[in-house]
Design a protein around this ligand. Sequence first.
Ligand code: ACO
Length: 368
Amino acid sequence: MIAKGLKGIVAAETTISHIDGNEGRLVYRGYEIGDITSRYSFEETSYLLWYGVFPDDKQVKHLTSELKKNRSLSTHMKNVIDQLPKDMDMMSVIRTAVSAEGSSAYGWKPDVTQAIRLTALLPSIIAYRNSQLEGKSFVEPSDEFDHVENYLYMLKGERPSKAHVQALETYMILTLEHGMNASTFSARVTASTESDMVSAVTSAVGTMKGPLHGGAPSGVINLLDEIAADGSAEAVIRRKLKNGEKLMGFGHRVYKTHDPRAIALKAKLQGLVGSDEWLDLAIEVEEKAVELLAEFKPGRSLYTNVEFYAAAIMKAISMESTLFTPTFTASRVVGWTAHVLEQAEDNTIYRPQSDYIGKFVKHSAIQS
Ligand code: ACO
């Protein structure tokens, strides 16, 4: 029997994260995601994923300072990005830039300093390219700011508001890691050949780029825009469901109940941005859509997924939609690198088999 897409196949044991689609649980290293976002920072959660335990004060200070030290783009990296055609999409730019980071410093076995370096570099790569596309000069990273705040600072060129930083930080923590998804698997396959950390992350970025994985949160933005223009959530949603269209930001392959990331994101957003017009609209649309989905698709258990509130967050902090998937990448690099480290600890090369269904040609047939 063939497991197309390796559906249902368990390919590794992991202690990094656990997903329970029926219960709506996402757990990092034993801790429920909702508990993490309400208490810990990007740096502390990354430490948890890499080392398996939360850091003490000294350890988090050290990690924060290492991330700061590794943020600057080398002249070589800037030159590589400068040479890329202006119409190259951001995910291809990230893939190329990450690949250009490869050097003899990244041999087998991978280690956590390499994970920190790549995590520190990604926001700078995105912001550098973004400044080029906007025809503005690049805002160099500032040691004044921690990881997420600095990312927004580089993108906006000014100190971001605390509410915006916390909203983005919550989103990034929630998307740091999600089990054996396609890009994580891709990173582990590359690492399993005893290739290096940069190659594994380059593979993962290439995998993340595909719309079936990196997602299209712009679909949610389009839905919200359409509803805002029409003025009636009920009318637009009813029309779409009658036409057999899918509502972007609803439903999930694994979660058959509420996506815990959507719940955590919504809770944080409500506490932070209060009466933001996009958040208010998103909440109204969620309520109406869940009601109408139950009417049109009874028994299918359709609720918001992480993309829905990710789009609302991005709107609330005025992040361009071209930066949605790159920002997802800037957080997921932590999960990828944690998996590469885990793979390296007990490595077996991934080598599944395929079932040949082609023909067999007799030698005599070739000669004639
Ligand atoms: N709107 C309307 N109906 C839906 C939706 C939706 N968003 N999602 C599922 N359904 C319906 C399907 O039409 C199907 O109905 P049927 O039984 O009458 O045929 C039923 O619910 C089951 O749907 P499937 O597509 O079979 O569910 P599956 O688990 O395969 O798909 C998926 C999950 C792809 C996420 C789907 O829900 C979807 O397309 N959602 C919209 C796109 C989206 O938001 N994607 C982001 C996912 S989150 C992420 O990738 C990080």
